[in-house]
Ligand binder design. Structure first.
Ligand code: IPM
Ligand code: MG
Length: 379
């Protein structure tokens, strides 16, 4: 089959991890008889430099026509002082909304090879685990196109002394909540059958609405064990006993915060992939799901052969799985990444925190990606 993939390498380490990911996809295409046609597009800081705006209309238009979008990262110090609407991050929000990808899947698990890179003590992981194992496997389903990220915002003034207050609004419609819950319940039914709604229903009306709707949908999914947790407690439970979670479903802002926390538990934010789905995959208009590593542009290490390419490569595996239903191919990539980690290769971010590094070899972006490609050749 032929697939068109919009590529937004973006800023910072984005271009280097995306170029490695393209090499991986080209090899998958050769091995399994698919053709991936890449269309490179500008967004973020790079687009601001060349066109004056973070998300040129042509980028969104073209992305809408592609089968999927693979994004590196956007942003950097160069553009940090620009007004909110002109910042590179606006490109991300514009792509998410413009493609209608309302459900963001962020898996965070502890691979056995990276146990020593997890900041939690072994005892904390094992004591809280019913099987006594030092592991966890969580899927955060974050609502991505609503809530405070997109609600009404502004500044107000009394006319004399200029602006005296500023506000952002957390607003959710029933339909927005229902559709992301359906994605989350579907995911839970394919995993360990547990779903936890994370909210702040003891304070926020919008959270009470989420809870009410979840309770109704939970009643239709008696095969899934549904639970409810306040977000402050969840922040604590994630570092106290992460293995208690299977699927976490939550609002845009809570999901943003909790997924960064969860990423560190899995060794490094450099490992975490993400898939943003919705659009045509969920009855919407545009075909493209959006796939991106969650690590951001990391300008301090850009261009130095230090970035971990695995999150981007694993995001491509998610793209094959969710957008193209190429499960075998997705697993081949995941297995190649596993073997590479088995062989002891580590970029700096996932190197052991302990001294027991005998089996580890510190490598850069190129060597790590090269090893994945080599492992994939023999898959
Ligand atoms: C993320 C990022 C973005 C977000 C930023 C860069 C706008 O933190 O994808 O988690 O807040 O959604
Ligand atoms: Mg974030």
């Amino acid at each position: 089959m032929n697939y068109s993939i919009a590529l937004v390498p973006g800023d910072g380490i984005g271009p280097e991890v995306i170029s490695k990911t393209v090499d991986v996809l080209d090899l998958v295409g050769d091995k399994f008889g698919h053709v991936f046609n890449f269309v490179e597009l500008e967004a973020g800081g790079r687009a601001i430099d060349s066109t004056g705006e973070p998300l040129p209309a042509a980028t969104l238009e073209t992305a809408r026509q592609c089968d999927a979008l693979l994004l590196g990262a956007v942003g950097g110090p160069k553009w940090e002082t620009l007004p909110g609407d002109l910042r590179p991050e606006k490109a991300l929000l514009g792509l998410r909304a413009g493609l209608g990808v309302f459900a963001n899947l962020r898996p965070a698990s502890l691979l056995p090879q990276l146990k020593d890179a997890c900041p939690l003590k072994d005892g904390v992981l094992t004591a809280s685990n019913p099987e006594g194992k030092a592991n966890f496997d969580i899927l955060i389903v974050r609502e991505l196109t609503g809530g405070i990220y997109f609600g009404e915002r502004g500044r107000e003034g009394d006319g004399k002394s200029g602006e005296s207050s500023a506000f952002d609004t957390e607003k959710y419609s029933r339909a927005e909540i229902e559709r992301v819950l359906h994605v989350a319940y579907d995911a839970a039914s394919k995993r360990r059958g547990k779903l936890c709604l994370v909210d702040k229903a003891n304070v926020l009306e919008s959270s009470r609405f989420w809870r009410e709707i979840t309770m109704k949908i939970a009643a239709e999914h008696t095969n899934i064990e549904t639970s409810y947790m306040y977000v402050d407690n969840c922040a604590m439970q994630l570092i106290r006993a992460p293995c208690q979670f299977d699927v976490i479903v939550t609002s845009n802002i809570f999901g943003d915060i909790l997924s960064d926390e969860a990423s560190v538990l899995s060794g490094s934010i450099g490992m975490l992939a993400s898939a943003s789905i919705g659009g045509k995959l969920a009855g919407g208009k545009y075909p493209a799901g959006m796939y991106e590593p969650i690590h951001g542009s990391a300008p301090d290490i850009a261009g130095k052969d230090l970035a971990n390419p695995l999150a981007a490569i694993l995001s491509a595996a998610m793209m094959l799985r969710y957008s193209f239903s190429l499960e075998k191919e997705a697993q081949a990539i995941e297995s190649a990444v596993n073997k590479t980690l088995d062989s002891g290769l580590r970029t700096k971010d996932i190197a052991s925190r302990t001294k027991n590094t005998a089996n580890e070899k510190l490598v850069g972006t190129n060597e790590m990606a090269g090893a994945v490609i080599k492992a994939l050749e023999t898959e």
